[in-house]
Write a new protein. Structure first.
Length: 82
């Protein structure tokens, strides 16, 4: 997928990954990801670039990559908690 995705597309992908501050999610900042950049779209401060717990930097350009990073980070944090 191209890196030329619009900011609206990146916001959509971030929200789909559970990064919307008004929605319950099983991922949390500081545990599953670190925010490197965000937009204050509608005063909601939605991340547009994160570093996942698995070490990958995600700009939310590709929903499949985001889903994979999210899944791997959830599993990694779960394993570390055991």
């Amino acid at each position: 997928m191209s890196d030329d995705i619009s900011i609206a597309g990146r916001i959509h992908n971030a929200k789909a990954a559970g990064m919307h501050p008004m929605m319950a999610s099983d991922v949390s900042e500081g545990e599953h990801y670190e925010v490197l950049a965000y937009t204050d779209w509608a005063d909601l401060f939605i991340p547009t670039v994160v570093k996942w717990a698995n070490g990958e930097i995600d700009r939310f350009n590709d929903p499949a990559v985001t889903r994979n990073n999210r899944r791997e980070s959830l599993q990694l944090v779960e394993r570390q908690a055991d």
